[in-house]
Design a protein around this ligand. Structure first.
Ligand code: AMP
Length: 288
């Protein structure tokens, strides 16, 4: 596992690139079992580079950039058993230098959900992801389906700006009770932790309703909101088309049920991607 801290260190990737497909797993550190599943998935595809960088550009002024957990030693220890080929962990000045303000403008998939609630968030995500793609030049990049809108917004950038790489969305890793793993779960105390399961319960309720034949999106969303009643605030609870994230009245084809809710001190998101057709209702991936 080669630790790369600077742009100059990235030259060492050339030797790796000669040996096979380079697969990038971008993270902000505070690694948990969900991140490690992405790394495992990447290892099945090619030679693995994990990036660890807490990207200030994707946090709003009132968000948790300052208190976001950072512990590179812990992250390297967590990665060691999986032995990725390289870890790129640049400092803030190494990554951004003195930026002039150029950034990537997200496409229409960023208009709703988190994009509507977190102004500038996806511009920050796309800018750092574009920089990582240019610096590391991976053949494949693996992202977590848990951040479903992020996957689709990045996919739109890759298509529109002609990046030459393939995107993979890896399934969401969950706790036994269904809670999606997240670096922000560590903000949850006992009672909040118990309430946090309402997001995945709501998504399971939507799937169950679809399996019973319910197709009316307003009814399905109402069911989702009912399950989220124990949250402190529901930011959104929506069923939209994939990949365009458009509104629909009738659930048919590939859809995403997506939720964001505040539980105690943590803002949590989760989603389920479903294929709905005559054969039934099955969980599926965002990308074909
Ligand atoms: P983050 O460090 O939170 O920016 O996440 C880095 C990558 O890990 C992103 O592609 C996330 O979607 C993915 N990820 C986060 N949580 C999970 C999870 N529970 N299961 C699978 N992937 C995840």
């Amino acid at each position: 596992m080669d630790l790369l801290r600077s742009r100059q260190d990235l030259e060492r990737l050339d030797a790796l690139r000669a040996g096979g497909r380079l697969v990038l797993v971008p993270t902000m550190g505070a690694l948990h079992a969900g991140h490690l599943d992405l790394v495992r998935r990447a290892g099945e595809i090619g030679l693995v580079v994990v990036s660890i960088f807490v990207n200030p550009a994707q946090f709003g002024p009132d968000e948790d950039f300052d208190r976001y957990p950072r512990d590179l030693d812990h992250d390297l220890e967590a990665l060691a058993p999986l032995a990725p080929d390289a870890v790129f962990a640049p400092s803030l000045p190494e990554m951004y230098g003195a930026p002039s303000g150029v950034s990537v403008v997200p496409g229409p998939r960023a208009d709703g959900l988190c994009g509507a609630l977190r102004p500038g968030h996806f511009a920050g995500v796309l800018t750092v992801v574009a920089k990582l793609f240019n610096l590391i030049r991976p053949d494949v990049a693996v992202f977590g389906r848990k951040d479903g809108q992020q996957c689709l917004v990045i996919d739109e950038m890759v298509r529109d700006l002609d990046f030459h790489l393939r995107l993979v969305d890896a399934p969401t890793t969950r706790e036994d009770d269904g809670l999606a793993l997240s670096s922000r779960n560590r903000y949850l105390g006992g009672e909040d932790r118990r309430r946090a399961v309402c997001l995945s319960r709501g998504l399971a309720a939507v799937k169950a309703a679809l399996e019973e034949g319910e197709r009316d999106v307003a009814g399905l969303e109402a069911r989702l909101v009912r399950e989220l009643a124990v949250a402190d605030d529901v930011e959104y609870a929506k069923i939209l088309t994939v990949p365009d994230l458009s509104r629909i009245e009738h659930a048919e084809g590939k859809v995403i049920a997506a939720v964001a809710a505040q539980v105690g001190p943590a803002r949590l998101i989760d989603n389920m991607v479903l294929n709905v057709d005559e054969q039934g209702v099955t969980e599926t991936s965002l990308f074909p």
